[in-house]
Ligand binder design. Sequence first.
Ligand code: GRF
Length: 192
Amino acid sequence: MTKKRVSIFASGSGSNAEKFFEYFQNDTEIEIVSVFTNNKSAGVIDRANRFAIPHHVYNRTYWETGETIIEILEKEKVDFIVLAGFMLLIPGGLVKAYPDKIFNIHPALLPKFGGQGMYGMNVHKAVKVAAETESGITIHFVNENYDEGQIIAQVSCAIDSSDSAEEIAKKVLRLEHENYPKVVAEVIRKSI
Ligand code: GRF
């Protein structure tokens, strides 16, 4: 059987990307075949190199239409895409080419604390200011708008009133690492 082929898009450190590299290392049905980044200094590049996974760097201009990216994805026979801290909007052509095949994770319980500008510490600071008693992760499909695709799974964690935004971030990142590869694996396996 040919394995389902997954590409990871990341702009930053890539700690989630690394969890995918580890999780699928010896998988018989799913493999991570490449990484795309818009940032030539992204930490994800070193991590991909350590796992001998090829990477592509394309700056912002290429993501306006996504044509070049789509050509490469087709050449690599990529079946699914995982956004792991990818900071640019996915172009419409790419969303159309991969309907319900692009995953994203948002570090809060959508629809709260989502939308443009809501990324990284901005999210956790807003959660803190709102004095929420819980936060968590949302794994969802990607459509043309930030954080609005169909929700696949949410996992929550309790927040103490004494938690700083940084502490909330740590709790949420732990949930991301524990759940993101597992949830994506379940969805992909169902498609096989
Ligand atoms: C994560 O919090 C993710 O939810 C968000 O960006 C962060 C990426 O962290 N979209 P990393 O690059 O995977 O370490």
